[in-house]
Write a new protein. Structure first.
Length: 223
């Protein structure tokens, strides 16, 4: 039984690895289109970010046993990808290093896309040429809930008529993020606070589970 389980785990990791490689091929094709049609750069870079987020999930699953994805790993690799794409230099702050936040496999790709859209939106609408305009990303725990907060110094505050629930004042990215939210265990909100716009993604069971990390175990993101 152990041998069969080991073979299955190897096969699953290999499948995820191949999916990731195929998605990287799609990303390369999209980059070629940018060179051929620079007027489509914004739209194609948005698509590249989305495909890359999905590829990152499969990349993590190809390296881990039992397809267990930690939210910290997911956040780290997406921030790194967005930084590479936009030169934004995003470095997430982890306020709960002693806890492992495990993402339910079925929600890994939707969460990756949601986080990608929140980061892309924060970079796009940030105030230019200001040190305070850097996008800030924080992972924290509050009353048993896991919170991913994306904040930026906004060029403009949220419109007075803005409503995430009713879909008023949303662009394509925020509409996608809202529509991808799991039906249970996830909430998304945006608010203007002291010249900044904060997006808060609140997660709880069944989307994520909390596990105490052994005291001698340090977290590291797979290469």
């Amino acid at each position: 039984l152990k041998e069969v389980q080991a073979q299955r785990a190897t096969l699953v990791r290999e499948i995820h690895h191949r999916i990731k490689n195929h998605l990287q091929g799609i990303i390369n094709l999209l980059r070629n289109h940018i060179r051929e049609k620079p007027e489509l750069t914004d739209a194609l870079e948005s698509a590249i970010g989305q495909v890359e987020s999905i590829a990152l999930v499969h990349g993590l699953q190809s390296q881990l046993n039992h397809s267990r994805i930690e939210l910290v790993a997911l956040l780290e690799v997406i921030c790194k990808a967005i930084s590479h794409l936009t030169s934004a230099g995003i470095q997430p702050v982890i306020d709960c290093p002693a806890m492992a936040v495990i993402v339910r496999p079925a929600d890994a790709i939707p969460l990756a896309l949601i986080i990608n859209e929140l980061l892309q939106n924060a970079v796009k609408h940030g105030a230019p040429a200001e040190a305070s305009a850097a996008v800030q990303v924080r992972l924290m725990l509050e009353k048993g809930q896991v919170i991913v907060q994306v904040s930026n110094a906004a060029a403009l505050p949220l419109p007075a008529h803005f409503s995430l629930q009713q879909g008023v004042g949303l662009g394509t990215g925020l509409t996608l993020a809202r529509d991808l939210l799991p039906h249970q265990g996830a909430e998304l909100s945006l608010m203007s606070v002291a010249g900044r716009v904060d997006a808060r993604l609140v997660l709880e069971c069944p989307v994520v589970e909390l596990e105490a990390r052994p005291a001698d175990q340090e977290f590291s993101v797979p290469n």
